[in-house]
Design a protein around this ligand. Structure first.
Ligand code: COA
Ligand code: AMP
Length: 634
């Protein structure tokens, strides 16, 4: 392959990382420049831009106003579920954020305090995040589709002084009252926040707890605007919890300095987007994509960002994305493949696209789950723009592998997120840490150090950070994904090496679901696997073996199990299928053969594990799956 700009930039980032990132850091406004671009004096806890002082909110808002962009659109809120479109210029957004920051101050919130944000996709949620950044408070956004139990775990770990929430969220055809979920979570949690601030939405107003809860209107009314508080580059900006291999979520920490540098660089380098352009990430602020590419990166770059409270289909039709692109002049869209599978299913010919003016639309980026070539090719053919699959995770905060449009596009190979992004030294390793040959599947690791923006540690859990990510392959960060590189150095991300599954682009732990199932009084043992789903990519399916002498019927047990997962993890788990079986397939040492069960469910060929205890159980599992519509091809 001919050498491209990408090759040259990538090589520079590998040869001289400090020089590379120090140059990128010039694009950020620093109150004080760093003493050391890269500080590895406390290995393995390395830091970027040590000694630097900045404010992320200043860089995302005030800086652009000072540069004459105050009247430019900063945030466009488009909510088909409430029939609302609201536009905030940089001036307006900065003023609103400064007021929320002042209101937080008035409640005694100061630098380093944690604030949980449990809100739907409304502008106040974005303002809340930026307001925390403005005063150096650490936000932790919790996705609205999580149940009280999950919110309680995050409250106990982050120990927020204050929680910002809303009376309700609005799904396609139902109002989801958030306040009872919040109250339930606070009841369950050992840590009690001093104050909750509730944004009352007209669709369902919530009763407030006297002495603890405050109405959002009263909270901000008369609050003096707060100025930006300078923080250390290495101070945390936020903590975002993500699924680990157990029911205990991991608190991914993001710092201020490295994050601002990497994200601003990525807008041009990866997405090919310039200041003043319109960028839309159709995700949720509860996920990392929302943090990085709805809120921080587009604003750091001085773009217009879109906040969409709706779905790809059903709000009201599969033309929703095209309406937004045309109406708001979107240049670049980023979403998950599942959204396109949903659109394709309802509008296979793409007839809705023809109804909208998509001339300003330039590139589509997909991430969050493996992108099947069919979906990529369908989108490319119908839209007539490049479709870029890129790969990353909550921990890194920005892409690990992508076709860097800003560095000149490389040929697209459907099924591959292309090559490592500058800053990431990606290796495919064997169990004994040897690099695999091209075409050979192994564990995908990143040679240390990670570039700026990636997690420096887990919240209050340095030891957990080291054991989860740094011990499996010494000198490398374990991504948890398995895959291979081809002869051109293109990466192929095939599966997880742990029990994490990806449901509609949402990362979930089957281990957490198994914990819920096994807590049912009738369940002796269980296994949850992710099986292929036409729209969501994967959905969880649970297998349970009941205890001897249970009196409840199978259908009653299954109904209760489905209800329990929804109540304890949340509707986002999309756990709808549980199957009662007589036995689970295991190795002679007692390990459940989840991988083999998954292959059977997905009608894939499998080799009989040599260590299987009793091969006849696999036929029973296949039969049980067939009764539910899986494992249909023998
Ligand atoms: N608050 C409360 N409940 C929520 C919620 C929220 N913020 N978000 C989702 N839910 C609920 C849904 O209502 C649904 O409940 P149900 O079981 O009663 O139907 C459940 O959680 C699952 O939601 P979801 O995964 O969104 O599935 P869906 O069937 O409603 O929609 C898609 C399917 C493909 C349209 C949808 O997943 C989608 O738009 N995905 C876009 C991709 C994305 O945002 N990825 C994030 C990472 S980039
Ligand atoms: P999350 O932390 O929720 O962003 O999920 C990260 C995980 O999603 C990764 O570790 C992968 O397993 C999966 N993932 C994200 N993007 C891709 C992609 N482009 N291709 C394959 N898998 C992906």
């Amino acid at each position: 392959m001919a050498r491209s700009v990408y090759d040259e930039v990538y090589a520079r980032s590998m040869k001289d990382p400090e020089g590379f990132w120090s140059r990128a850091a010039e694009d950020i406004h620093w109150e004080k420049r760093c003493d050391r671009v890269f500080d590895d004096s406390r290995k393995p806890f390395v830091r970027w831009f040590a000694g630097g002082v900045l404010n992320t909110c200043y860089n995302a808002l005030d800086l652009h106003i000072e540069r004459g962009r105050g009247k430019q659109r900063a945030l466009v809120y488009d909510s088909p579920v409430t029939s609302t479109v609201k536009v905030f210029t940089y001036d307006e957004l900065r003023d609103a954020v400064a007021r929320v920051a002042g209101a937080l101050r008035r409640q005694g919130i100061a630098k380093g305090d944690r604030v949980i944000i449990y809100m739907p996709m409304v502008p106040e949620a974005v303002m809340a995040m930026l307001a925390c950044a403005r005063i150096g408070a650490i936000h932790s956004v919790v996705f609205g589709g999580f149940a009280p139990n999950e919110l309680a775990k995050r409250i106990d770990d982050a120990k927020p002084r204050l929680i910002l929430s809303a009376s309700c969220g609005i799904e396609v055809n139902r109002v989801v009252p958030y306040k009872p979920l919040l109250d339930g979570a606070i009841d369950l949690a050992a840590h009690k926040p001093e104050r909750c601030v509730i944004l009352q939405r007209p669709h369902d107003t919530a009763a407030l707890v006297r002495g603890r809860d405050l109405d959002w209107g009263d909270f901000v009314s008369g609050a003096p605007p707060a100025e930006c508080v300078p923080v250390a580059a290495t101070d945390p900006l936020y903590v975002l919890y993500t699924s680990g291999t157990t029911g205990v979520p991991k608190g991914v920490v993001r710092d201020n300095g490295g994050h601002a540098v990497a994200l601003k660089w990525s807008m041009e380098g990866i997405y090919g987007v310039g200041t003043g352009e319109v960028y839309w990430a159709a995700s949720d602020i509860g996920w990392v994509v929302g943090h990085s590419y709805i809120v921080y990166a587009p604003l750091l770059k001085g773009c217009t960002t879109i906040l969409y409270e709706g779905k790809p289909v059903g709000t009201p039709d599969p033309g929703a994305f095209w309406r937004l692109i045309a109406e708001h002049g979107v240049n670049v869209l980023f979403t998950a493949p599942t959204a396109f599978r949903a659109i394709k299913k309802e509008d296979p010919q793409g007839t809705h696209m023809a109804k909208h003016d998509l001339r300003r639309f330039r590139t589509l980026f997909l991430a969050g789950e493996r992108c099947d070539p069919d979906t990529l090719l369908w989108a490319r053919e119908r839209l007539g723009v490049p479709v870029i699959d890129h790969w990353w995770q909550t921990e890194t905060g920005w892409p690990i592998a992508a076709n860097c449009v800003g560095l000149g596009m490389l040929p697209v190979k459907p099924g591959s997120p292309t090559r490592p992004v500058p800053g990431y030294d990606v290796r495919v390793l064997s169990e004994d840490n040897r690099e695999m040959d091209a075409g050979q599947i192994g564990s995908i690791a990143i040679k240390l150090p990670l570039p700026p923006g990636c997690l420096p540690t887990l919240w209050n859990n340095d030891a957990g950070y080291a054991t989860s990510y740094l011990t499996k392959h010494p000198g490398h960060y374990l991504t948890g994904d398995a895959g291979y590189k081809d002869d051109d150095g293109y990466l192929y991300i095939m599966s997880r090496v742990d029990d994490i599954i990806n449901v509609a682009g949402h990362r979930l732990s089957t281990g957490a679901m198994e914990e819920v199932l096994s807590a049912h009084p009738d369940v002796a043992e269980c296994a949850v696997i992710g099986v292929a789903d036409e729209i969501k990519g994967e959905v969880p399916v649970g297998f349970v073996v009941t205890k001897a002498g249970v009196t409840r019927t199978e259908s009653e047990i299954v109904r209760q199990l489905v209800e329990r997962v929804r109540a304890e993890i949340g509707p986002v788990a999309a756990f709808k299928t549980a199957i009662v079986v007589a036995r689970l397939p295991k190795t002679r040492s007692g390990k459940i053969l989840r991988g083999t069960m998954k292959r059977i469910a997905d009608s894939q060929a499998y080799t009989m594990p040599a260590t299987i205890d009793d091969p006849t159980i696999l036929a029973e599992i296949a039969e049980a799956l067939r009764a539910k519509g899986y494992a249909t091809q023998r």
